[in-house]
Design a protein around this ligand. Structure first.
Ligand SMILES: Nc1ncnc2c1ncn2[C@@H]1O[C@H](COP(=O)(O)OP(=O)(O)OP(=O)(O)O)[C@@H](O)[C@H]1O
Ligand code: SF4
Ligand SMILES: [Mg+2]
Length: 392
């Protein structure tokens, strides 16, 4: 399901350098796209509101993304975390209009600088993907075409989107490969994907994604297949480009260490829903949702090397997406569940400047008073529903 529609280049090229950016701007002028840098509502770049995506299967409907809302500001890094199958990739593909049947967005809006991407004609959406929002896909090998060289693949999108001639496009492609740390890029550009290591292919994918000088990069597990050194280099590169060109990033990852180092804000997903949203500092200093707590407690620390207790594990398994529990989806695995949790679905509520989907934090709930700060427990009224809109 992951991938680019047949015949559509993944990205275009114009690097962070001034000349390439100017090139991209020129190319962009053709299809009257939204201006770069001209963000409405104080730098709000992307607002996802009430997004729901289903897969209609023979055995039933998989609700892969359920009423998900979040926003991304210019230059911000938003991390999306959650166990396998929690809907991270499907949410990203839905945002970019890259779902393949039987996947279908059944509700919601994806506002990019005020325009709903879910309603854009295909041509305009291609322009947004080529020139404004790029994605690094989860499986780099399946995203590169094995029968074409890296040069063919990089220059095709550069030529299409930047209207450069072949020579200029090759020059640009070599520059991009050098930027992402491919040694001898003039030679390696002639390689086929299978002649490169996993780390090299990931760098090529990163070069393609960054080549359009995007406003927003969606990086879906950009470092999973890489060894630790290359992981650190790719993440440093993304951070560097974010600083240089003010690019915002949605970083999808299992790696909470990467989140702690890279992200400004974090969304925790479970079974297709957002269960907690907080700043990175809030989340790591005081995780509140029982699922978030479980995720953080499962990370080994230096002290654990001397501990005699086994490392914490969230008990049980993620439920079958075709048979989600009636109440809170986390209830079968939650140490703090109550009778109500199995019968009713908690709403997403705002608590102390973060969002939580858990009955424990509803106003008047005693359990909340033990987990929240004394001031907020006394105030009680600082909690409100946040289902309809999630502001950063
Ligand atoms: N093509 C498909 N057909 C049916 N169900 C699908 C399809 N693609 C994804 N799903 C379902 O959608 C749900 C969310 O999947 P998704 O790939 O978004 O998970 P994820 O959070 O990205 O997981 P991972 O961390 O393993 O990448 C899962 O239950 C998955 O089984
Ligand atoms: S609503 Fe209940 S089951 Fe769900 S996370 Fe909160 S306490 Fe646990
Ligand atoms: Mg995924």
């Amino acid at each position: 399901m992951t991938g680019v529609p047949p015949g559509e280049p993944m990205t275009v090229t114009a690097g962070p350098a001034g000349t390439a950016a100017a090139c991209a701007a020129e190319a962009r002028g053709v299809a009257e796209p939204p201006p770069k840098g001209g963000h409405g509502e104080a730098g709000l770049l992307l607002q996802v509101r009430g997004l729901s995506t289903d897969f209609a299967m023979k055995k039933g409907t998989v609700h892969a993304v359920i009423d998900v809302s979040f926003s991304v500001r210019e230059g911000e890094v938003l991390a999306i975390v959650g166990e396998s199958g929690s809907g991270k990739s499907v949410a990203a593909l839905s945002v970019l209009g890259l779902l393949q049947p039987p996947g279908r967005c059944v509700a919601g809006e994806v506002l990019y600088k005020g325009r709903d991407l879910l309603k854009l004609p295909k041509g305009e959406m291609r322009d947004i993907r080529g020139n404004h929002i790029s994605m690094i896909f989860q499986e780099p090998m399946t995203s590169l075409n094995p029968v074409f060289t890296i040069e063919d693949q990089l220059t095709e999108s550069i030529r299409l989107h930047l209207k450069l001639d072949r020579r200029a496009a090759v020059k640009r492609a070599v520059e991009m490969l050098r930027l992402v740390g491919i040694p001898s890029p003039e030679k390696r550009i002639k390689d086929y994907p299978h002649q490169m290591s996993g780390g090299m292919r990931q760098r090529v994918m990163t070069a393609m994604a960054l080549s359009c000088d995007p406003d927003l990069l969606i990086a879906d597990e950009p470092t999973t297949a890489l060894d630790v050194t290359i992981q650190a280099q790719i993440l440093a590169l993304i951070s560097d480009l974010r600083d240089k060109i003010g690019m915002a990033v949605i970083l999808i990852t299992h790696d909470l260490g990467v989140v702690a180092e890279t992200a400004d804000r974090v969304i925790v997903m479970y079974c297709g829903q957002v269960v907690e949203e907080a700043t990175t500092e809030q989340l790591f200093e005081r995780p509140l949702h029982p699922y978030t707590l479980g995720l953080l407690r499962s990370i080994p620390t230096m002290e654990d090397t001397e501990a005699t207790e086994p490392l914490y594990m969230i008990r049980g398994m993620v439920p079958n997406p075709l048979h989600l529990p009636r109440g809170c989806a986390f209830a079968p695995r939650c140490d703090r569940r109550r009778a109500r949790c199995a019968a009713e679905q908690p709403a997403l509520i705002e608590v102390e400047g973060r969002k939580l989907r858990c009955f424990l934090f509803e106003p008047g709930c005693n359990q909340a008073a033990t987990a929240l700060s004394p001031e907020s427990a006394q105030a009680g009224g600082a909690v409100r529903r946040a289902d309809s809109e999630v502001a950063p």
